[in-house]
Write a protein that binds this ligand. Structure first.
Ligand SMILES: [Cu+2]
Length: 165
């Protein structure tokens, strides 16, 4: 049901296979309830020897949901992190979930929320795309896994954030 696609837009078609008598209602439900889109998924090319990398993206759910986990085959593990100022020092901490309020675009961006890849298994090269699985819980639904591709970008090609994960 979920195929990796460049634009990472996933729709959940199973709701539309219900009986025609209720199809009208269910189409509306499907449109409102079960669409999560993920765009602009990227990370900075890690320096040689660097074992961690922060992945940034834009995500939007059409109903209340939460991003609860992530994983990638290039990393031993992945966590959801938030950077914040703590007594004048930027720190990042794991968070259990990133809320996705219905219809709101949520940005994971330098200096804030990100997906942290830990224990990178190999050097990542600028221009390549690495697979990233995002687990989204929607109210009233089971967890859904979205398969997206994260673009590795050259360090010099991005505006400098103050705090780089
Ligand atoms: Cu982090």
């Amino acid at each position: 049901m979920f195929r990796p696609r460049t634009d990472s837009r996933v729709s959940f078609r199973w709701l539309r296979q219900l009986a025609p008598a209720v199809a009208g209602v269910c189409l509306m439900t499907a449109a409102q309830a079960a669409e999560v889109s993920v765009q602009d998924v990227w990370l900075r090319q890690p320096a040689p020897g660097q074992r961690v990398a922060g992945v940034f993206l834009t995500i939007r759910s059409e109903q209340n949901a939460a991003l609860v986990a992530a994983s990638s085959p290039v990393a031993g593990s992945a966590q959801l992190h938030r950077m914040s100022m703590d007594n004048g020092v930027m720190r990042m901490r794991p968070v259990a979930r990133i809320d996705l309020p219905a219809g709101q675009t949520v940005r994971l961006a330098p200096g804030g929320l990100h997906v942290m890849l830990l224990d990178l298994r190999r050097q990542l090269h600028a221009g390549e795309r690495i697979p990233l699985a995002l687990v989204v819980n929607e109210a009233g639904h089971h967890a859904q896994t979205l398969e997206v591709q994260a673009e590795v970008r050259d360090l010099g090609g991005q505006p400098a954030g103050r705090a780089q994960p």
